[in-house]
Design a protein around this ligand. Structure first.
Ligand code: ADP
Length: 217
């Protein structure tokens, strides 16, 4: 698939015909979508086979949150949805030990969903400490949107693989139903917990809580 995407990029550079350019762009979008699905399926299998190793390296929160936003800036701007990050005082300059890539993957999934299911308003990523001592901090992450919300009776099963709110969702919004399942498994691998609060028509807040060792810089 990477070879295919590379060739599409090269072919695009040589293409002069506008209709041909449009076709190559559509092929590239389809290839990217397929790559996302394959990566999601591989991640679920890896986690299930207990093969996924988490890193324990030093990192700061702001770049992790910024990456989740940057993947969604264009989509949010196209709908007029604003993206806001609210880090509690002191968190931006605090170094943590953990797996920033996997933490980023959780936030990317949640922010992507929030933008996808919000037609107007704001998507906010809020991080605040619940408890802290010299060695570690328990953080609560919240991805808050002002979108369509999720009926109460469907909320619990969305964290299982391949589950979506209802089948009309697949037709309207696409997706595989793997995002929240991956988030739940990653959060649990990190020793945390995840959940959501939502009311139909009033948006959705997906939250997770993690205890991370802190580092002195
Ligand atoms: P996907 O987005 O690929 O369908 P997910 O596991 O990420 O898979 O989400 C599963 C389902 O949960 C979505 O199809 C949607 O029905 C619902 N959902 C997730 N996040 C939101 C949200 N922020 N607002 C409304 N519905 C959501």
């Amino acid at each position: 698939l990477n070879g295919l995407m590379g060739m599409l990029r090269l072919a695009r550079g040589r293409m002069r015909d506008p209709a041909g350019l449009e076709q190559l762009d559509k092929a590239a979008i389809a290839a990217t979508h397929l790559a996302t699905i394959i990566n999601d399926v591989l991640d679920v299998s890896k986690i299930e086979a207990a093969q996924l190793q988490l890193e324990a390296i030093e990192f700061f929160l702001p770049p992790v949150v910024d990456t989740a936003f940057s993947m969604n800036t264009a989509r949010a701007a196209a709908k007029g949805v604003s993206l806001r990050s609210e880090l509690a005082p002191g968190l931006a300059g605090q170094a943590f030990i953990g797996d920033p890539l996997r933490l980023g993957q959780i936030l990317i999934n949640l922010v992507t969903n929030a933008v996808k299911f919000t037609e107007q308003g704001t998507v906010t990523v809020r991080v605040c400490p619940l408890a802290q001592d010299e060695a570690r901090a328990t953080l609560r992450f919240e991805v808050i949107d002002t979108g369509i919300g999720i009926p109460r009776d469907q909320q619990e099963r969305l964290f299982s693989a391949f589950e979506q709110a209802d089948s009309s969702m697949t037709r309207k919004y696409g997706g595989t139903g793997l995002g929240l399942a991956i988030c739940k498994r990653l959060v649990e691998l990190m020793g945390g917990r995840i959940g959501l609060d939502s009311e139909v028509g009033y948006g959705c807040t997906v939250w997770f809580e993690l205890t991370l060792p802190t580092a002195v810089t």
